[in-house]
Design a protein around this ligand. Structure first.
Ligand SMILES: Cc1cc2nc3c(=O)[nH]c(=O)nc-3n(C[C@H](O)[C@H](O)[C@H](O)COP(=O)(O)OP(=O)(O)OC[C@H]3O[C@@H](n4cnc5c(N)ncnc54)[C@H](O)[C@@H]3O)c2cc1C
Length: 399
Protein backbone atom coordinates (compact mmCIF):
# COMPACT_ATOMS: atom_id res chain seq x y z
CA UNK A 1 0.00 0.00 0.00
CA UNK A 2 1.23 3.52 -0.66
CA UNK A 3 -0.12 7.06 -0.92
CA UNK A 4 -1.27 9.39 1.79
CA UNK A 5 -3.34 8.67 4.87
CA UNK A 6 -6.80 8.43 3.44
CA UNK A 7 -10.14 9.81 4.68
CA UNK A 8 -10.01 11.84 7.82
CA UNK A 9 -6.60 12.74 9.17
CA UNK A 10 -7.83 14.03 12.53
CA UNK A 11 -8.35 11.43 15.25
CA UNK A 12 -9.09 11.14 18.92
CA UNK A 13 -6.22 8.69 19.38
CA UNK A 14 -3.24 7.79 17.18
CA UNK A 15 -1.62 4.46 18.05
CA UNK A 16 1.96 4.16 16.86
CA UNK A 17 2.74 0.52 16.12
CA UNK A 18 0.42 -2.21 14.86
CA UNK A 19 1.79 -5.17 16.81
CA UNK A 20 -0.18 -7.22 19.32
CA UNK A 21 -0.21 -4.29 21.76
CA UNK A 22 -1.19 -1.53 19.35
CA UNK A 23 -3.87 -3.62 17.65
CA UNK A 24 -5.48 -4.69 20.90
CA UNK A 25 -5.40 -1.12 22.19
CA UNK A 26 -7.15 0.18 19.07
CA UNK A 27 -9.68 -2.64 19.16
CA UNK A 28 -10.57 -2.20 22.82
CA UNK A 29 -10.76 1.59 22.51
CA UNK A 30 -13.11 1.33 19.56
CA UNK A 31 -15.32 -1.33 21.15
CA UNK A 32 -15.64 0.52 24.41
CA UNK A 33 -15.96 4.11 23.28
CA UNK A 34 -16.31 4.50 19.54
CA UNK A 35 -13.39 6.94 19.56
CA UNK A 36 -11.81 7.62 16.18
CA UNK A 37 -8.49 5.79 16.21
CA UNK A 38 -5.63 5.71 13.69
CA UNK A 39 -3.08 2.90 13.88
CA UNK A 40 0.16 3.89 12.14
CA UNK A 41 2.30 0.84 11.37
CA UNK A 42 5.54 1.27 9.49
CA UNK A 43 5.44 -2.27 8.07
CA UNK A 44 2.71 -4.88 8.16
CA UNK A 45 0.37 -5.24 11.13
CA UNK A 46 1.66 -7.95 13.45
CA UNK A 47 4.87 -8.50 11.52
CA UNK A 48 7.28 -7.26 14.21
CA UNK A 49 8.00 -9.28 17.34
CA UNK A 50 4.41 -10.54 17.34
CA UNK A 51 4.58 -13.10 14.50
CA UNK A 52 8.16 -14.07 15.35
CA UNK A 53 7.19 -15.12 18.86
CA UNK A 54 6.45 -18.49 20.44
CA UNK A 55 3.01 -17.32 21.58
CA UNK A 56 3.17 -18.83 25.05
CA UNK A 57 0.26 -17.64 27.16
CA UNK A 58 0.65 -18.38 30.83
CA UNK A 59 -1.32 -17.12 33.76
CA UNK A 60 1.46 -18.39 36.03
CA UNK A 61 3.12 -15.02 36.39
CA UNK A 62 5.77 -14.13 38.90
CA UNK A 63 3.63 -11.46 40.57
CA UNK A 64 -0.05 -10.72 41.11
CA UNK A 65 -0.01 -8.17 38.30
CA UNK A 66 1.53 -10.70 35.90
CA UNK A 67 -0.99 -13.39 36.84
CA UNK A 68 -3.94 -11.02 36.36
CA UNK A 69 -2.69 -9.90 32.96
CA UNK A 70 -2.22 -13.51 31.82
CA UNK A 71 -5.68 -14.51 32.96
CA UNK A 72 -7.40 -11.59 31.27
CA UNK A 73 -5.47 -12.08 28.02
CA UNK A 74 -6.43 -15.71 27.77
CA UNK A 75 -10.10 -14.75 28.17
CA UNK A 76 -9.84 -11.97 25.58
CA UNK A 77 -8.20 -14.23 22.97
CA UNK A 78 -11.01 -16.74 23.34
CA UNK A 79 -13.71 -14.05 23.20
CA UNK A 80 -12.26 -12.52 20.06
CA UNK A 81 -12.27 -15.89 18.30
CA UNK A 82 -15.94 -16.28 19.17
CA UNK A 83 -16.78 -12.79 18.02
CA UNK A 84 -15.05 -13.23 14.67
CA UNK A 85 -16.41 -16.73 14.15
CA UNK A 86 -12.83 -17.93 13.69
CA UNK A 87 -10.58 -20.05 15.81
CA UNK A 88 -8.85 -18.02 18.54
CA UNK A 89 -5.52 -19.74 17.87
CA UNK A 90 -5.29 -20.58 21.58
CA UNK A 91 -4.49 -24.12 22.75
CA UNK A 92 -4.77 -24.99 26.42
CA UNK A 93 -2.23 -27.72 26.88
CA UNK A 94 -1.54 -27.19 30.59
CA UNK A 95 1.80 -25.80 31.74
CA UNK A 96 4.47 -26.95 34.21
CA UNK A 97 7.08 -24.53 35.56
CA UNK A 98 9.73 -26.84 36.92
CA UNK A 99 11.87 -26.17 40.00
CA UNK A 100 15.40 -27.46 39.78
CA UNK A 101 16.80 -25.89 42.96
CA UNK A 102 15.60 -25.56 46.53
CA UNK A 103 15.51 -21.79 46.12
CA UNK A 104 13.19 -22.12 43.12
CA UNK A 105 11.00 -24.58 44.98
CA UNK A 106 10.52 -22.19 47.88
CA UNK A 107 9.68 -19.17 45.76
CA UNK A 108 7.44 -21.19 43.42
CA UNK A 109 5.45 -22.44 46.41
CA UNK A 110 4.90 -18.83 47.47
CA UNK A 111 3.83 -17.92 43.94
CA UNK A 112 1.09 -20.57 43.95
CA UNK A 113 -0.65 -18.50 46.64
CA UNK A 114 -0.07 -15.23 44.79
CA UNK A 115 -1.62 -16.64 41.61
CA UNK A 116 -4.59 -18.12 43.43
CA UNK A 117 -5.21 -14.67 44.93
CA UNK A 118 -5.34 -13.37 41.36
CA UNK A 119 -8.01 -15.95 40.50
CA UNK A 120 -5.72 -18.33 38.60
CA UNK A 121 -6.05 -22.08 39.11
CA UNK A 122 -2.56 -23.09 40.20
CA UNK A 123 -1.09 -25.98 42.18
CA UNK A 124 2.20 -27.42 43.30
CA UNK A 125 2.88 -30.84 41.76
CA UNK A 126 5.38 -33.03 43.61
CA UNK A 127 7.74 -35.42 41.86
CA UNK A 128 5.68 -38.60 42.33
CA UNK A 129 2.50 -36.96 41.10
CA UNK A 130 4.43 -35.34 38.25
CA UNK A 131 5.70 -38.74 37.09
CA UNK A 132 2.15 -40.04 37.02
CA UNK A 133 0.74 -37.09 35.10
CA UNK A 134 3.59 -36.22 32.74
CA UNK A 135 5.78 -39.34 32.53
CA UNK A 136 7.62 -38.02 29.45
CA UNK A 137 9.43 -35.48 31.64
CA UNK A 138 12.54 -36.62 33.50
CA UNK A 139 11.40 -35.80 37.04
CA UNK A 140 14.71 -37.08 38.47
CA UNK A 141 15.99 -33.64 37.56
CA UNK A 142 13.35 -31.64 39.40
CA UNK A 143 11.97 -31.01 42.87
CA UNK A 144 8.46 -30.46 41.56
CA UNK A 145 6.63 -27.90 39.48
CA UNK A 146 3.76 -25.44 39.54
CA UNK A 147 0.93 -26.28 37.18
CA UNK A 148 -2.05 -24.57 35.60
CA UNK A 149 -4.35 -26.71 33.45
CA UNK A 150 -5.64 -23.96 31.14
CA UNK A 151 -2.35 -22.25 30.32
CA UNK A 152 -1.07 -22.86 26.82
CA UNK A 153 -0.08 -20.99 23.71
CA UNK A 154 -1.58 -19.00 20.91
CA UNK A 155 -0.40 -19.63 17.36
CA UNK A 156 1.22 -16.23 16.66
CA UNK A 157 0.16 -15.84 12.99
CA UNK A 158 -3.46 -16.54 14.00
CA UNK A 159 -3.26 -14.10 16.93
CA UNK A 160 -1.94 -11.43 14.55
CA UNK A 161 -4.58 -12.25 11.93
CA UNK A 162 -7.43 -12.07 14.43
CA UNK A 163 -6.28 -8.82 16.03
CA UNK A 164 -5.77 -7.25 12.60
CA UNK A 165 -9.14 -8.47 11.40
CA UNK A 166 -10.84 -7.19 14.58
CA UNK A 167 -9.36 -3.73 14.09
CA UNK A 168 -10.21 -3.72 10.41
CA UNK A 169 -13.87 -4.45 11.18
CA UNK A 170 -14.20 -1.46 13.49
CA UNK A 171 -15.70 1.47 11.61
CA UNK A 172 -14.01 4.08 13.77
CA UNK A 173 -10.49 2.66 13.34
CA UNK A 174 -8.20 3.29 10.37
CA UNK A 175 -5.22 0.98 10.12
CA UNK A 176 -2.44 2.44 7.99
CA UNK A 177 0.34 0.08 6.97
CA UNK A 178 3.67 1.26 5.51
CA UNK A 179 3.09 4.35 7.63
CA UNK A 180 6.17 5.23 9.64
CA UNK A 181 5.85 7.92 12.30
CA UNK A 182 8.93 10.12 11.95
CA UNK A 183 8.15 13.24 13.98
CA UNK A 184 5.69 14.11 16.71
CA UNK A 185 4.99 17.70 17.68
CA UNK A 186 2.64 19.17 20.23
CA UNK A 187 -0.09 21.46 18.99
CA UNK A 188 -3.08 23.08 20.65
CA UNK A 189 -5.31 20.26 21.95
CA UNK A 190 -3.07 17.39 20.95
CA UNK A 191 -0.30 16.17 18.69
CA UNK A 192 0.69 16.23 15.03
CA UNK A 193 2.41 13.12 13.71
CA UNK A 194 4.53 13.44 10.60
CA UNK A 195 4.37 10.05 8.89
CA UNK A 196 5.71 8.57 5.67
CA UNK A 197 2.12 8.81 4.37
CA UNK A 198 1.37 12.38 5.43
CA UNK A 199 0.31 14.13 8.63
CA UNK A 200 -2.05 12.72 11.23
CA UNK A 201 -3.48 14.87 14.01
CA UNK A 202 -4.73 13.37 17.23
CA UNK A 203 -5.76 14.52 20.64
CA UNK A 204 -3.78 11.64 22.17
CA UNK A 205 -0.95 9.36 21.11
CA UNK A 206 -0.24 5.80 22.28
CA UNK A 207 3.35 4.66 21.80
CA UNK A 208 3.15 0.90 21.14
CA UNK A 209 6.34 0.69 19.08
CA UNK A 210 7.57 -2.59 20.59
CA UNK A 211 11.20 -3.72 20.89
CA UNK A 212 12.25 -1.77 17.83
CA UNK A 213 10.18 1.36 18.29
CA UNK A 214 8.88 2.12 21.79
CA UNK A 215 12.07 3.84 22.85
CA UNK A 216 12.55 5.72 19.57
CA UNK A 217 8.93 6.91 19.37
CA UNK A 218 9.07 8.20 22.96
CA UNK A 219 12.32 10.00 22.13
CA UNK A 220 10.41 11.97 19.45
CA UNK A 221 8.71 13.82 22.32
CA UNK A 222 11.83 13.91 24.50
CA UNK A 223 10.98 10.99 26.80
CA UNK A 224 13.34 8.23 27.87
CA UNK A 225 11.58 4.87 27.90
CA UNK A 226 13.69 1.87 28.99
CA UNK A 227 12.46 -0.66 26.45
CA UNK A 228 15.31 -2.55 24.83
CA UNK A 229 15.67 -5.45 22.45
CA UNK A 230 17.68 -8.63 22.94
CA UNK A 231 18.02 -11.90 21.03
CA UNK A 232 15.57 -14.72 21.74
CA UNK A 233 15.86 -17.99 19.84
CA UNK A 234 13.43 -20.65 18.69
CA UNK A 235 13.85 -24.07 17.11
CA UNK A 236 11.11 -26.39 15.97
CA UNK A 237 11.16 -30.14 15.49
CA UNK A 238 8.77 -31.77 13.00
CA UNK A 239 7.99 -34.77 15.24
CA UNK A 240 8.73 -36.36 18.58
CA UNK A 241 10.50 -39.61 19.37
CA UNK A 242 8.51 -42.80 18.72
CA UNK A 243 5.57 -43.49 21.03
CA UNK A 244 5.45 -40.02 22.59
CA UNK A 245 2.05 -38.55 23.36
CA UNK A 246 0.97 -35.45 21.48
CA UNK A 247 0.01 -32.76 22.35
CA UNK A 248 2.04 -32.73 25.54
CA UNK A 249 1.93 -30.05 28.27
CA UNK A 250 4.20 -27.05 28.06
CA UNK A 251 7.10 -26.82 30.45
CA UNK A 252 9.48 -24.00 31.36
CA UNK A 253 12.86 -24.41 33.00
CA UNK A 254 13.23 -20.81 34.15
CA UNK A 255 16.68 -21.28 35.66
CA UNK A 256 18.07 -22.60 32.39
CA UNK A 257 16.14 -20.11 30.23
CA UNK A 258 14.27 -22.52 27.94
CA UNK A 259 10.72 -23.77 27.44
CA UNK A 260 9.12 -26.46 25.29
CA UNK A 261 5.67 -26.53 23.74
CA UNK A 262 3.87 -28.58 21.09
CA UNK A 263 4.04 -27.38 17.47
CA UNK A 264 1.96 -29.21 14.88
CA UNK A 265 2.93 -32.90 15.50
CA UNK A 266 6.31 -31.99 16.91
CA UNK A 267 7.70 -29.42 19.33
CA UNK A 268 9.01 -25.90 19.66
CA UNK A 269 11.83 -24.92 22.01
CA UNK A 270 12.43 -21.28 22.98
CA UNK A 271 15.63 -20.17 24.67
CA UNK A 272 17.52 -17.09 25.81
CA UNK A 273 21.20 -16.84 26.64
CA UNK A 274 21.72 -15.02 29.95
CA UNK A 275 24.97 -13.59 28.58
CA UNK A 276 23.38 -11.90 25.55
CA UNK A 277 23.26 -8.13 25.82
CA UNK A 278 20.88 -5.52 24.42
CA UNK A 279 21.07 -5.56 20.62
CA UNK A 280 21.50 -2.08 19.14
CA UNK A 281 21.09 -3.11 15.44
CA UNK A 282 17.47 -1.93 15.13
CA UNK A 283 16.67 -5.21 13.33
CA UNK A 284 14.04 -7.78 14.13
CA UNK A 285 16.09 -10.64 12.65
CA UNK A 286 19.23 -11.50 14.61
CA UNK A 287 21.81 -14.16 13.80
CA UNK A 288 21.02 -17.55 15.33
CA UNK A 289 23.62 -18.66 17.88
CA UNK A 290 24.22 -22.34 17.04
CA UNK A 291 27.03 -22.65 19.59
CA UNK A 292 24.64 -21.68 22.36
CA UNK A 293 22.01 -24.06 20.96
CA UNK A 294 24.49 -26.95 21.08
CA UNK A 295 25.49 -26.03 24.63
CA UNK A 296 21.90 -26.09 25.96
CA UNK A 297 20.56 -28.95 23.83
CA UNK A 298 21.85 -31.73 26.15
CA UNK A 299 19.94 -30.12 28.99
CA UNK A 300 16.51 -30.20 27.37
CA UNK A 301 17.20 -33.61 25.81
CA UNK A 302 17.86 -34.89 29.32
CA UNK A 303 14.75 -33.18 30.72
CA UNK A 304 12.51 -34.25 27.83
CA UNK A 305 14.02 -37.26 26.05
CA UNK A 306 11.27 -37.12 23.38
CA UNK A 307 13.47 -34.54 21.63
CA UNK A 308 16.72 -36.51 21.74
CA UNK A 309 18.63 -36.47 18.46
CA UNK A 310 15.74 -35.11 16.39
CA UNK A 311 16.29 -33.04 13.23
CA UNK A 312 15.30 -29.36 13.29
CA UNK A 313 12.67 -28.04 10.87
CA UNK A 314 13.11 -24.31 11.55
CA UNK A 315 15.36 -22.10 13.64
CA UNK A 316 15.17 -18.36 14.09
CA UNK A 317 16.43 -15.62 16.37
CA UNK A 318 14.59 -12.33 16.76
CA UNK A 319 14.40 -9.22 18.91
CA UNK A 320 12.39 -9.58 22.07
CA UNK A 321 11.50 -6.49 24.12
CA UNK A 322 12.41 -6.22 27.78
CA UNK A 323 12.03 -3.73 30.60
CA UNK A 324 14.39 -3.67 33.61
CA UNK A 325 11.92 -5.49 35.92
CA UNK A 326 10.17 -7.65 33.26
CA UNK A 327 6.88 -5.95 34.02
CA UNK A 328 4.91 -3.85 31.55
CA UNK A 329 4.67 -0.10 31.15
CA UNK A 330 1.15 1.32 30.99
CA UNK A 331 1.42 5.03 31.63
CA UNK A 332 0.73 8.59 30.53
CA UNK A 333 4.06 10.32 31.22
CA UNK A 334 2.97 13.48 29.43
CA UNK A 335 -0.54 14.81 29.01
CA UNK A 336 -2.10 12.97 26.12
CA UNK A 337 1.03 10.90 25.39
CA UNK A 338 0.82 7.27 26.54
CA UNK A 339 3.42 4.49 26.63
CA UNK A 340 2.57 0.81 26.36
CA UNK A 341 5.23 -1.91 26.54
CA UNK A 342 5.07 -5.60 27.36
CA UNK A 343 8.40 -6.31 29.07
CA UNK A 344 8.89 -9.33 26.77
CA UNK A 345 5.49 -10.87 27.46
CA UNK A 346 3.39 -9.27 24.75
CA UNK A 347 1.70 -12.48 23.62
CA UNK A 348 0.64 -13.59 27.07
CA UNK A 349 -0.30 -10.06 28.11
CA UNK A 350 -1.05 -8.23 24.82
CA UNK A 351 -4.86 -8.34 24.90
CA UNK A 352 -4.95 -7.38 28.58
CA UNK A 353 -2.47 -4.57 28.02
CA UNK A 354 -4.73 -3.22 25.27
CA UNK A 355 -7.66 -3.36 27.67
CA UNK A 356 -5.70 -1.62 30.44
CA UNK A 357 -4.48 1.07 28.06
CA UNK A 358 -8.11 1.64 27.06
CA UNK A 359 -8.92 2.02 30.79
CA UNK A 360 -6.17 4.59 31.15
CA UNK A 361 -7.22 6.60 28.10
CA UNK A 362 -10.94 6.47 28.84
CA UNK A 363 -11.08 6.47 32.64
CA UNK A 364 -7.72 7.92 33.68
CA UNK A 365 -6.40 4.76 35.39
CA UNK A 366 -5.67 1.12 34.55
CA UNK A 367 -8.23 -0.69 36.64
CA UNK A 368 -7.19 -3.35 39.13
CA UNK A 369 -3.40 -2.95 38.80
CA UNK A 370 -1.08 -1.24 41.30
CA UNK A 371 0.34 1.91 39.77
CA UNK A 372 3.83 1.18 41.06
CA UNK A 373 3.97 -2.00 38.93
CA UNK A 374 3.16 -0.28 35.66
CA UNK A 375 4.19 3.38 35.79
CA UNK A 376 7.21 4.65 33.91
CA UNK A 377 8.48 6.59 36.92
CA UNK A 378 9.40 3.40 38.80
CA UNK A 379 12.60 3.02 36.79
CA UNK A 380 13.94 6.42 37.81
CA UNK A 381 13.52 5.84 41.53
CA UNK A 382 15.82 4.22 44.05
CA UNK A 383 15.03 0.53 44.05
CA UNK A 384 12.70 -0.56 46.84
CA UNK A 385 14.24 -3.78 48.25
CA UNK A 386 10.77 -5.17 49.02
CA UNK A 387 9.48 -4.69 45.52
CA UNK A 388 9.05 -7.96 43.62
CA UNK A 389 10.44 -8.37 40.16
CA UNK A 390 8.76 -10.90 37.94
CA UNK A 391 11.11 -13.86 38.37
CA UNK A 392 9.19 -16.08 35.98
CA UNK A 393 10.84 -14.54 32.97
CA UNK A 394 13.59 -15.36 30.54
CA UNK A 395 17.10 -14.31 31.61
CA UNK A 396 16.92 -10.83 30.09
CA UNK A 397 19.95 -8.53 30.41
CA UNK A 398 20.15 -6.46 33.57
CA UNK A 399 20.47 -3.22 31.60
C1 LIG B 1 11.50 -15.20 19.36
C2 LIG B 1 10.47 -14.57 20.26
C3 LIG B 1 9.65 -15.37 21.04
C4 LIG B 1 8.71 -14.79 21.89
N1 LIG B 1 7.87 -15.59 22.59
C5 LIG B 1 6.91 -15.05 23.39
C6 LIG B 1 6.00 -15.87 24.09
O1 LIG B 1 6.05 -17.10 23.99
N2 LIG B 1 5.06 -15.27 24.88
C7 LIG B 1 5.01 -13.91 25.03
O2 LIG B 1 4.18 -13.41 25.77
N3 LIG B 1 5.85 -13.10 24.34
C8 LIG B 1 6.79 -13.64 23.54
N4 LIG B 1 7.64 -12.84 22.85
C9 LIG B 1 7.54 -11.39 23.06
C10 LIG B 1 6.41 -10.83 22.25
O3 LIG B 1 6.52 -11.25 20.91
C11 LIG B 1 6.43 -9.31 22.33
O4 LIG B 1 6.45 -8.90 23.69
C12 LIG B 1 5.23 -8.70 21.65
O5 LIG B 1 5.10 -9.17 20.34
C13 LIG B 1 5.35 -7.20 21.69
O6 LIG B 1 4.28 -6.65 20.97
P1 LIG B 1 4.38 -5.17 20.47
O7 LIG B 1 3.12 -4.84 19.80
O8 LIG B 1 4.82 -4.33 21.62
O9 LIG B 1 5.65 -5.19 19.49
P2 LIG B 1 5.71 -5.56 17.92
O10 LIG B 1 4.97 -6.77 17.58
O11 LIG B 1 7.15 -5.51 17.54
O12 LIG B 1 4.93 -4.35 17.28
C14 LIG B 1 5.42 -3.04 17.31
C15 LIG B 1 5.16 -2.45 15.94
O13 LIG B 1 5.50 -1.06 15.96
C16 LIG B 1 5.95 -0.74 14.68
N5 LIG B 1 6.71 0.51 14.77
C17 LIG B 1 7.83 0.75 15.48
N6 LIG B 1 8.22 2.03 15.32
C18 LIG B 1 7.31 2.62 14.50
C19 LIG B 1 7.18 3.93 13.97
N7 LIG B 1 8.06 4.89 14.22
N8 LIG B 1 6.12 4.18 13.17
C20 LIG B 1 5.22 3.22 12.88
N9 LIG B 1 5.31 1.96 13.35
C21 LIG B 1 6.34 1.66 14.15
C22 LIG B 1 6.80 -1.94 14.27
O14 LIG B 1 6.93 -2.02 12.87
C23 LIG B 1 6.01 -3.09 14.86
O15 LIG B 1 5.16 -3.73 13.93
C24 LIG B 1 8.59 -13.38 21.97
C25 LIG B 1 9.40 -12.58 21.17
C26 LIG B 1 10.34 -13.16 20.32
C27 LIG B 1 11.19 -12.29 19.46
Amino acid sequence: MSGTVSGRSVYDVAVVGGGNLGLWTAYRLARRSGLRVAVCERGWAGAGATIRSAGVVRQQGGSETAAKLGKLSRELYLKLGERLGLDSGFRDTGYYIVAETERERESFLRLVEVRREAGVENEWVGVEEGRRRFPELNWERFLGATYTPDDGYVHPPVAARNATFAVHLEETVDLFEMCEVREISERAGGYRLRTSRGDVEAERVVDAGGPRGAREVAALVGLDVPVHAVRHEIVTFPKLGAGMRHPFPLFFNVGKGYYVRPEERGALVGMSNALDEADPSGLYQIAFDWDYYERVRPDWEDAFPALRGLPVSRAWAASIDYTPDHLPIIDEPREGFYVLAAGGHGMMWGPALGEKMADLVLDGAARDLPREDIELGRFGREKDPDRVEDMIALPFPKR
